[in-house]
Write a protein that binds this ligand. Sequence first.
Ligand code: GTP
Length: 421
Amino acid sequence: MMNIPMLLQRPHQHFLKGLLRTPFRRYRFIFHPSPHLGSGIPCAQLLSSPGLHWAKWMLPSNGLTRKLCLQTTLEEHTEGLSDKEQRLVDKLYAGLIQGQRACLAEAITLIESTHSRKKELAQVLLQKVLAHNREQEKLNKGKPLAFRVGLSGPPGAGKSTFIEYFGKMLTERGHKLSVLAVDPSSCTSGGSLLGDKTRMTELSRDMNAYIRPSPTRGTLGGVTRTTNEAILLCEGGGYDVILVETVGVGQSEFAVTDMVDMFILLLPPAGGDELQGIKRGIVEMADLVAITKSDGDLIVPARRIQAEYVSALKLLRRRSGVWRPKVIRISARSGEGITEMWDKMKEFQEVMLVSGELAAKRQKQQKVWMWNLIQENVIEHFRTHPAVREQIPLLEKRVLSGALSPGLAADLLLKAFKSRH
Ligand SMILES: Nc1nc2c(ncn2[C@@H]2O[C@H](COP(=O)(O)OP(=O)(O)OP(=O)(O)O)[C@@H](O)[C@H]2O)c(=O)[nH]1
C-alpha cells in the first residue's frame, strides 16, 4: 500500500481517504482537496504505463483535473503480473542471462511488440535485465559490459561481407558478438535493405554470434527505441561486442550515433557519384572510416579514396579531446587490415574509457534517448487526441489551399488540444 503524494499548493483543510483499484493493483490514497478548487468529491482514474503511473483526478464541481505522477518500483510492477505472465518473464530472464539465444530472441520480439500488455511485460523484463547489468558492471569495476559499435555504409559497400569476416575473427578470439540491424526502409516499404536472409550465412550459424534483422514494422523512432532496448538485452545475454548496422542513406545512422560508443563508416573504393548518397554529416560523425575491398585492382582506387578522406577529416571540427578519427583500408576478401582495425577499435575504447569521455557520452545518450521517447509519445498523443484528430484533415486542407497559414493552423490545433486536456 502507498500514499499518493500531493501536489496541491495551498494549506489543506481536510482530506479524503480512499482506495483506488486498477486492473493490476490497488492503491490506498489520501486526497487533500485544495480550498481554492472547492471540495467536490474527487473522481480518480489511474492510467498505467510501464514504470510509471499517472493518477488523473477530476473534481466534478468545476471539472478541473489534476495529474499526479506516481513512480512505482519494480516490485510494485511485478505484483501486477498474473502467474502466467510472471512465469514468462522469469523464464525469459533466466534463459537470457544464461546466454540462451532462443530466450534472447523471444525477449527482443517482446520489446518489439506493439501490444500494450506485452509492452508492459517487456518493460518489467528490461528492468530486471538492467538491474542484472548494473550488478555485473559493478563486478567489472565499473567497466561497461559491452563495446557498442555502430557500422554504416552505402548499399554494396561490403558491410555484410565485412561483418561475416570480422565476426568470425572475434568469436574465434573468444568474444560474443551480436549484430542488430536498423533499417528504416523496412518500415516504409515492408522490404528491407538489410534484412535479406542470405546475408552472413556462416556467422549466423556461429553459436557465439547472434544476428537480428531489423523489425519490419514501426517508425524510425520505434525502431531506434527497440534497438536501444535490444542492446541492453544483448548485454544481459553476455554479448561483449554489439554491432549496430545501418544503411548509410538516411536518418538512421544519425540515430545510431546516439546509441553506440564508436561509429564506423565503411566506404567502397568508388568515385564521387557512388558516394553521393552518403550524407556529409555522417562522415563528420565517424570515429573511424574504413575503405573496403582494398584488394587486387581495387587497391589503387582504395588508396586514393583513403587520401581524400584523410584530408577531408583534417578539416572537420574535433569531437573528442582524446581521439582523432582515422581512415584505414581493409579487405574482407584477403583479410588485410581487419586485425589492425580491431586494434584501432580497442585503442579507441581504451582512451575513451580512461579519459572519462565514454561515460560522459553514455550519460548524454541516456538523456537523448529519454527525450526521443517523449517526443515520439507526445506527438502520437497529440495526433490521436479526439479534439485534434477530427480537425486535422480540415485544417490541413485549408493550409494546402492557402486559406490558412501553417502557423495559425498549428495554433488552432494546439488550442484544441489544450482546451480538452
Ligand atoms: N573485392 C572485394 N569485393 C568485396 C569485398 N567485400 C565485399 N565485396 C563484394 O561487394 C559486393 C557487396 O558486398 P556486400 O557485403 O553484400 O555489401 P553490403 O554493404 O552488405 O550490401 P547491402 O547488403 O546491399 O547493404 C559483393 O559482390 C561482395 O562480393 C572485399 O573485401 N573485396
